[in-house]
Design a protein around this ligand. Structure first.
Ligand code: 5RP
Length: 222
């Protein structure tokens, strides 16, 4: 199976995992990226089984609306039955790196409101130690250089993602060459840098379940 087929397989597994949990008034959190897109496209099948969705990006919101799924502002919602999204890396504790699609801040917010985070990923995302994928950090534009200098002090090599503006009007620094042996500690340290909006480590609130697509099938990891 190629990578897209693995992504489709985990999207299908997420549909099967989520379907029994849905009630007519359920609100579902939906992530961003190519794996999430496969899930969104399949979610059309269940659209009469739940009330509405909250999306972690404008792109996902448009895709959901295109299928006739109502998209709510998160401020109208007190709880999400689940949040389904991809990841750039996961370790065995289900701590993640996310933000390859620049949606990390909204992803973190939607995840915070969700009862359960169902992460869907192909096996290329499974790592022993997080950090081979450059860690995305969303930054207020005027703080970009200052934050970059502070990230160097933490041992990383930040690179400005040129030409990208987040849905929140901010910029992204991708931090290379980190070997993240203590993801919870690094998540807090980066959050403490003035000018950082959010970083792509989902360690304090990581995934609750990972549906990992391998060539011999989808593995459920909790
Ligand atoms: C977007 C994300 C995505 O979940 C992550 O980049 C994985 O993307 P894909 O499913 O396309 O591999 O965090 O900000």
């Amino acid at each position: 199976m190629n990578q897209d087929q693995l992504k489709q397989a985990v999207a299908r597994a997420a549909i099967d995992y989520i379907a029994p949990k849905l009630e007519k008034d359920s609100i579902l959190g939906i992530g961003t990226g190519s794996t999430a897109n496969f899930f969104i496209d399949m979610l059309g099948e269940l659209k009469d089984d739940f009330a509405a969705a909250v999306a972690s990006s404008d792109a996902s919101a448009e895709r959901l609306k295109g299928l006739g799924i109502e998209v709510l502002d998160l401020n109208e919602v007190s709880e999400l039955v689940a949040y389904v999204d991809g990841a750039d890396e996961s370790n065995a504790q289900l701590a993640l790196i996310k933000g390859g699609g620049a949606a990390l801040t909204r992803e973190k917010i939607v995840r915070a409101v969700a009862r359960e985070f169902v992460c869907i990923a192909d096996e290329s995302k499974w790592v022993k130690v997080l950090g081979e994928f450059p860690l995305p950090v969303e930054v207020i534009p005027m703080a970009r250089s200052y934050v970059a200098r502070e990230l160097v002090k933490l041992g990383g090599d930040p690179v400005y993602r040129e030409g990208v503006m987040t849905d929140n009007g901010n910029v992204i620094l991708d931090v290379h060459n980190l070997s993240i042996t203590d993801p919870k500690d690094l998540e807090l340290r980066i959050n403490q840098i003035t000018g950082v909006v959010a970083n792509g480590l989902f360690a304090h609130k990581g995934a609750d379940v990972l549906l990992l697509g391998r060539s011999d099938g989808v593995e459920t990891i909790k």
